[in-house]
Design a protein around this ligand. Structure first.
Ligand SMILES: Nc1ncnc2c1ncn2[C@@H]1O[C@H](COP(=O)(O)OP(=O)(O)O)[C@@H](O)[C@H]1O
Ligand SMILES: [Mg+2]
Length: 317
């Protein structure tokens, strides 16, 4: 039994045809409107790809994971780099609407769903809208409520996070079943990865959310030894200062294929599936699936909605 089959068996997910298999024939919006609000437990497993520092490879990795997971079940990609979104580029789509329209009150979350590929839809983050980077609590709650409405229609939710440690960035991570923390061997990226862990732990505790510590991925390593050194150092500080065990999900090599595929508006697993990095991503993806075994709960949207601490009278319906 190969790793994918094993992971599928663990998660009880059926195999989809490479061409998209059981993609609903009717437009997505119709399914979203049929969904009942406020499910308490969803089958959708949510994964946030985060890092303290920008430019570590979050969007490239998320795009590749989206292209791998859409073959295992339906996937929804949420571009949480609100205001500086670029997840759409990797799937060569030009979204008409984004979270900018949701926050403006012009559209619901289900109305910005943008089909990308068979089995993959996108919630676009919006570009050049600075205000989106600093949402009010009721706005985040509104996004959570809209997400909760459509999440049950998918097997996977992937959140492409913004860089930094803002409350909203960490809230998306804390809302997901698991977070993948991306670092590079660069010492500034490592420092920011540790800072993210620290804030993540603190914010989850403050919100009363019991979440597992993010899983580490070392990207752009020049060798396995270098990746091991990086993960070893981060694990040590996490054990020493946060008193927690940092689990390492895997590492990815520095590979020019990422740049070439991005230029062609493709993820590296679609554009150069035989490359070393595409193979590393396949390993990481199947290990991640195995990690998500047994996760069940209100879903990322439900958790995001619950996180709002704003008094009810200031909330918008
Ligand atoms: N493994 C890799 N090898 C080579 N270049 C990479 C790799 N991962 C990412 N990059 C490059 O790093 C830059 C930032 O990647 P991106 O995915 O946009 O990062 P982020 O979303 O974290 O800001 C891009 O130019 C991308 O091509
Ligand atoms: Mg990005």
């Amino acid at each position: 039994m190969n790793r994918w089959d094993h992971a599928r068996q663990l998660l009880r997910i059926g195999r989809r045809a490479e061409t998209g298999g059981d993609v609903p024939e009717e437009p997505f919006r119709a399914t979203a409107e049929r969904a009942q609000p406020g499910p308490r437990s969803v089958r959708c497993r949510s994964i946030c790809i985060a890092s303290g520092k920008g430019g570590t490879g979050k969007s490239s990795i998320t795009a590749a994971l989206a292209d791998l997971l859409r073959l295992q079940g339906s996937a929804l990609l949420l571009d949480a780099d609100l205001g500086c979104a670029n997840a759409h580029i990797f799937h060569d789509v030009r979204p008409e609407h984004s979270f900018a329209d949701v926050v403006a009150g012009d559209r619901g979350v289900h109305e910005i769903v943008t089909p990308c590929a068979p089995g993959l839809d996108l919630l676009p983050g919006g570009s050049g809208v600075g205000r989106l980077a600093g949402l009010r609590e009721y706005e985040l709650e509104m996004i959570g409520r809209g997400l909760a409405r459509i999440e049950p229609d998918y097997d996977f939710l992937l959140v492409d996070s913004a860089a930094g440690l803002s409350r909203q960035t960490v809230a998306f991570a804390a809302a997901c079943d698991r977070t993948v923390l991306v670092t590079t061997p660069d010492v500034t990226a490592m420092t920011d990865a540790y800072a993210f862990l620290k804030v993540f732990v603190r914010q989850c505790a403050a919100l009363g959310q019991r979440r597992e510590l993010p899983l580490l991925v070392v990207n752009r390593a020049t060798s396995e030894n270098e990746a091991k050194e990086v993960s070893g150092r981060l694990s040590e500080v996490t054990r020493k200062f946060l008193d927690q065990r940092l689990e390492v999900l895997g590492w990815m090599p520095e590979d020019r294929a990422v740049f070439r595929c991005t230029q062609r508006r493709q993820s590296v697993v679609s554009g150069e599936p035989g490359s070393k990095i595409a193979q590393a991503l396949e390993r990481v993806s199947s290990d991640l699936l195995a990690q998500l075994q047994g996760f069940e709960g209100p879903g990322a949207g439900g958790r995001l909605e619950e996180m709002s601490t704003e008094p009810p009278r200031t909330r918008r319906a």
